[in-house]
Design a protein around this ligand. Structure first.
Ligand code: PEP
Ligand code: MG
Length: 569
């Protein structure tokens, strides 16, 4: 077993000599060490002050708005491309003279700078919200700008992603998937106070090969600049590492990555039973045939080049889950047909076997361009395939774009829908996908109702892919992002394993593939058990492939079945 699966020895190795530690849930393998920078929370508005010099308040207002615009323009310059356009547009809102005039008018009336800014932004926000449609969607942007301006007026750090110009460990109460996707190359590791192991933020960190720890109580109490060591496997945080220890972490991490990079070959048990090892990706970048050296300490994905190295340089045999919504997380405008075709064709051109999932929007992965209404219970609401009930043209356009991309790349992608609940939904999806010329159509099993009807679903579609992250969430009625419920979400529980066994048996009877693409597939302890239950492929983040390959190679199929039996009992 490679040491990425072995527990770290507290107080031993590179952690020695730290001034103490914290523990959370390790959700993305790897170690890194560096100075903490905290993502500032939105500022609390203090009680209004009595103003004696309205002119000084007006000057503070103007300076705060200037600082917000300057910071956004600086980030735009660093980001480039489409992100730059979004950031520049936000900077222009901060520079809007109407906003400044309104805030100055409020200071002349006796408001302090922070309250004047708060009220001016809130007025602007309401006006936009009332216009509806695209402009109403921009209302949330104004909240972000307001928080920045108020923080600046109060002399507090601005909320939002820092870019200090040197490598650092990002510490936050929580991070959105869009924040995680937008992280720069100078982030060594992530540590959050909240979050669960299958949250989309954890998934994105894993896809990027970024060591990450979630549910780490007390971590936001660390001062900026404190040098910490992060173990994304065990969840341990060592505080106060010396320069020598920091360098040692970087050295051992680089050696670990180099060792894993040499692991190759298809997935097989010790007696030769084939299990396809596939990758979970969010874009063609996750398949890049290179391994850029991290800033220091190690942050890049395990990716080296060459066709013989398999997709993403991992020896994996294809893509088992292409999360297409990750391409469009921070988009305000719908991606055009042509833009979608280009993004999909790029992936089809880089891997022979690709399973594309149609857009899975909702809950912690909001896609602003869809303009979906706010919900009381988002995880139980209109998400995944259910969005089709409100916006059928979105799925039709995406299916057209996938079919066109396949033609251009000369590929035959498999296509599946997320959050399918009934046989009727599966047959409708299959009919529409096949009408576009898509030959292999499947559905994800993420809802217990679908697992219970797996045999019937397989009369409608060609394959199933079990999303254990959501299947656990819905089976155990436990929010997958909730840091206090990680034990309930543990996929080793017999109730979840029974649902997986049902699907695998239905696949065996129908002679159709049934894979697992939830995070459980990338766990070297769970993977043999899933194989023992009868699943035919395992799809995971690139960083997980070598350890899963080794775990399978160490056991016969009968031994895997024995483990599955024991776990079910
Ligand atoms: C899952 O739910 O297990 C899954 C693979 O989908 P996602 O994590 O993107 O919701
Ligand atoms: Mg899911």
């Amino acid at each position: 077993m490679p040491d990425i699966a072995a527990p770290a020895t507290p107080g031993g190795g590179p952690w020695e000599g730290g001034a103490g530690g914290l523990v959370g849930l390790g959700v993305s393998q790897g170690r890194a060490a560096g100075p903490v920078i905290r993502l500032a929370d939105p500022p609390e508005l203090p009680a209004p002050r009595t103003v004696t010099d309205p002119g000084a308040e007006a000057a503070t207002v103007a300076k705060a708005l200037e600082a917000v615009a300057a910071e956004l323009n600086r980030r735009a310059l660093a980001a480039g491309g489409e992100a730059a356009e979004i950031l520049e547009a936000l900077a222009m809102i901060a520079e809007d003279p109407v906003l400044l005039e309104e805030a100055e008018r409020l200071t002349a009336g006796g408001a302090d700078a922070a309250h004047a800014l708060d009220a001016a932004f809130s007025g602007h926000r309401e006006a936009l919200a009332q216009l509806g449609g695209y402009l109403a969607e921009r209302a949330a942007d104004l909240d972000d700008l307001k928080h920045r301006a108020v923080a600046s007026a109060l002399g507090l750090p601005m909320p939002g992603l820092p870019s200090p110009g040197h490598p650092y460990v990002l510490v936050a109460t929580d991070l959105s998937p869009a924040d995680t996707a937008g992280l720069g190359g100078d982030v060594l590791a992530l540590v959050t106070e909240r979050g669960g192991p299958t949250s989309h933020t954890a998934i994105l960190a894993r896809a990027r090969g970024l060591p990450a720890v979630v549910a780490c109580a007390g971590v936001t109490g660390l001062a900026d600049g404190t040098v910490i060591g992060v173990d994304g496997g065990t969840g341990e945080i060592a505080i106060g590492l010396s320069e020598r220890e920091t360098a040692e972490v970087a050295r051992t991490e680089a050696a670990r990555r180099a060792r894993l990079r040499t692991s190759r070959g298809p997935g097989r048990t010790a007696d030769g039973h084939a299990v396809k090892l596939l990758l979970n990706i969010g874009s063609a970048e996750d398949l890049a045939p290179h391994d850029p050296e991290p800033a220091s300490g190690g942050t890049s994905a395990e990716q080296t080049g060459g066709a013989e190295a398999g997709v993403g340089g991992t020896g994996a045999e294809g893509v088992g889950l292409f999360r297409t919504e990750f391409l469009f997380l921070d988009r305000r405008q719908p991606p055009s047909f042509e833009e979608q075709v280009t993004a999909y064709a790029e992936v089809f051109g880089r891997a022979e076997h690709v399973i594309v999932r149609t857009l899975d929007a909702g809950t912690d992965k909001p896609l602003p361009f869809l303009g979906l209404p706010q919900e009381q219970n988002p995880a139980l609401g209109v998400r995944g395939l259910r969005v089709d009930r409100l916006l059928p043209e979105v799925l039709d356009t995406q299916l057209d774009a996938i079919a066109e991309a396949a033609r251009r790349a000369g590929a035959e992608p498999w296509v599946m829908a997320p959050m399918v609940t009934t046989v009727g939904e599966a047959s409708d999806f299959a009919r529409r996908a096949r009408a576009k010329g898509i030959a292999h159509v499947g559905v994800m099993v993420e809802v217990p109702a679908a697992a219970l009807r797996a045999g019937r679903l397989l009369q409608e579609v060609d394959f199933l892919s079990i999303g254990t992250n959501d299947l656990a969430q819905y089976t155990f009625a436990a929010d997958r992002q909730h840091s206090a419920l990680a034990d309930l979400l543990d996929p080793r529980q017999p109730a979840l394993l029974e649902l997986i066994a049902l699907c695998a048996e239905a696949g065996r009877q129908a002679g159709k593939p049934v894979g697992v693409c939830g995070e459980a597939a990338g766990d070297p302890l769970l993977a043999p058990l899933l194989v023992g239950l009868g699943v035919t492929s395992l799809s995971m983040a690139a960083v997980c492939v070598p350890a899963v390959r080794e775990a399978l190679a160490g056991l016969t199929l009968d031994e895997c079945r024995e483990r599955a039996r024991a776990a079910l009992e």
